[in-house]
Write a new protein. Structure first.
Length: 592
């Protein structure tokens, strides 16, 4: 009995302690909640958003969980934040710095549209450049959306046009005895030309000339409209580059000459006395907690950025990301199951990749549509090959004029290095049971029968791809076969061929989605992102476990992988087919 009384007292004491602790947590939560309401989001009463676009920017990349600190900005971050800032009375304007990032034409078109929408709300945008160093048009096209463009004195204005080059390794492979065997469907599918050809093929040159010509036409027309100048004058002014700040000012390409602090003082003067500066990433972070606050129908925003791979998405050690078929299909399925989701906007920025994963994602899109959820694709800078495959059945496809899309084709094959190894005294012995066990061997070339089988696979997947496009786009199969052949198109050229339904950016796609969902114009909508982003510790535990030594090892490997020579090697390796049939477009010229 004494023991039972003692145990009872211990139990009651434990329960009382637990109850007190729970009450403490509730009170702490209430206190923090009240403090949060009192402080708001912690932003100043009057401020100017500072937007730094001097580094390359991704379209809608997944969060890198191992980047400690501020999340890198993406195009979609900026587009959504500017829309929020339109209605935020504290935000008076945007002070933007740019000129060195080599922004693509499609990215610039999306950003410029967002900036123009922001200005239409009665707010200002001031752009400052310490020099437009890239010959490409994207940085200046973005700047042209500002009220004023400032440049530092005696700095280069190099904006001239669009172009680029490609690397061909066939001559080197021949010298070292490597045997490339890669089948492509069809003649415009150039993703493996760097291994198979010694120079640019006629079809590849044709499609690239058409692509950069389309970029040049649309970008110069948009700049001319923004600057209120004749397009032929813009062309002549660009032809005079490289030139200096003073020349650009005389030509009407910029408005003011001054340093960054001069442009900032102009922004403060327009914003009003006491205006502060808030960095765009800080604004996004402060406002992210309000993402689901609001009334009105919900639209799902599913972001698909990176190469399409089987299984789960992964953040590359050197900074890139991938689209896992499992993860993206699940995100689409989750959005389709949500009763309050009226439509889905699928943002695609991808060169393609795995056939199986692409088909898995396309199936999820079709099943969402079967449940009555309209799916509208908003294409980023690159939505081609597998990126187009997953978009093909959408109720509508929206792309910027400069978007790279199409590339309806496949490639498959390998490069065998057995003879290369023999040249340096290395011999690889292989044993296997089964006629084609070593089909994907990196040592032995394909046998004639294996080569025939490989081409049969390519033909079957290509026929299936073109049929899915014909069905999804409601086009005759014969027409799809004419415009497929692995050829890349800009959004402007794809639109005239039925591969794209409407030209525009994210907000154009959102308007189409609202209309298809039966949402009345002017009705406020709430965007809900899928999939949920993982926190740092969640991603760390999932990927590496709880051992801190593994994290230190990762940091060392990450440093090595960012060395320029190794990054170049890894980039070339990513272009090499992995033995299976793939739908990728990666052999595109880097912008000047």
């Amino acid at each position: 009995m004494a023991f039972l009384r003692w145990a009872r007292s211990i139990l009651i004491g434990t329960l009382n302690g637990a109850a007190k602790f729970a009450l403490f947590l509730v009170l702490l939560f209430i206190v923090l909640f009240v403090i949060g309401l009192w402080q708001g989001d912690g932003l100043p009463k009057t401020f100017v958003l500072a937007l730094d676009l001097r580094q390359p920017i991704a379209d809608s990349a997944r969060t890198q969980p191992f980047n400690i600190g501020t999340k890198p900005l993406t195009v979609m971050d900026i587009v959504l934040a500017l829309d929020d800032a339109e209605r935020d009375s504290r935000v008076k304007g945007v002070w933007m710095r740019l000129g060195t990032a080599g922004i693509s034409v499609a990215e610039a078109e999306e950003l410029a549209t967002a900036l123009k929408r922001f200005r239409a709300s009665g707010k200002f945008v001031i752009a400052h450049s310490q020099g437009f160093l890239s010959a490409g048009l994207g940085d200046y096209l973005t700047a042209s959306a500002a009220d004023q463009i400032w440049m530092q004195p005696k700095t280069p204005f190099s904006t001239a046009g669009e172009g680029g080059g490609e690397l061909f390794l066939r001559g080197l492979l021949d010298k070292v005895g490597a045997v490339p065997q890669i089948a492509k469907r069809a003649e415009y599918k150039s993703a493996a030309d760097m291994f198979m050809e010694k120079s640019m093929t006629g079809p590849d040159r044709e499609q690239l000339n058409a692509m950069i010509g389309s970029w040049y036409q649309s970008a110069t027309a948009e700049v001319a409209a923004a600057r209120k100048l004749d397009r032929q004058k813009i062309v002549a002014d660009f032809d005079a580059s490289p030139q200096f700040t003073e020349d650009a000012k005389n030509a009407g390409l910029i408005d003011r000459i001054g340093y960054d602090d001069d442009a900032w003082q102009e922004a403060v003067a327009r914003a009003g006395a006491g205006a502060k500066s808030v960095q765009m990433p800080d604004y996004i972070k402060a406002r992210s907690q309000l993402e689901e606050i609001g009334s009105g129908p919900h639209i799902a925003l599913v972001e698909a950025a990176g190469e399409i791979v089987d299984g789960k998405s992964a953040d590359g050690l050197s900074g890139g990301g991938s689209i896992g078929g499992d993860d993206l299909a699940r995100a689409i399925r989750d959005a389709a199951k949500a009763d309050d989701i009226k439509a889905i906007v699928l943002r695609v920025d991808s060169p393609g990749g795995s056939v199986a994963a692409s088909d898995q994602i396309l199936d999820a899109v079709k099943k969402a549509q079967a449940k009555g959820k309209p799916v509208v694709v908003s294409m980023g800078g690159l939505a081609a090959s597998g990126g187009y495959y997953i978009s093909s059945s959408a109720n509508a496809i929206v792309a910027e004029p400069g978007t790279i899309t199409g590339s309806i084709g496949v490639l498959t094959g390998k490069v065998s290095f057995g003879k290369s190894l023999e040249m340096i005294g290395v011999n690889v012995g292989e044993v296997s049971i089964g006629k084609n066990t070593e089909f994907d061997s990196a040592v032995q070339p394909f046998t004639p029968d294996q080569w025939a089988d490989l081409n049969h696979q390519a033909d079957a997947i290509y026929a299936d791809f073109t049929q899915k496009v014909a069905t999804g786009r409601k086009l005759p199969l014969e027409k799809v076969q004419q415009i497929a052949k692995g050829r890349v198109w800009t959004g402007a050229d794809a639109s005239s061929r039925g591969l794209v339904d409407k030209l525009g950016g994210f907000w154009t796609a959102a308007d189409v989605a609202e209309k298809l969902a039966g949402i009345a114009p002017g009705t406020g909508v709430v965007f809900r992102k899928y999939p949920r982003e993982k926190g740092f510790f969640e991603a760390l535990n999932e990927a590496f476990g709880e051992t801190s030594a593994v994290v230190r090892t990762f940091e060392g490997v990450n440093t090595l992988l960012n060395l320029p020579p190794l990054r170049a090697i890894l980039s070339a390796d990513r272009e090499l087919p992995r033995g299976g049939v793939e739908m990728r477009v990666t052999n595109l010229p880097a912008s000047r």
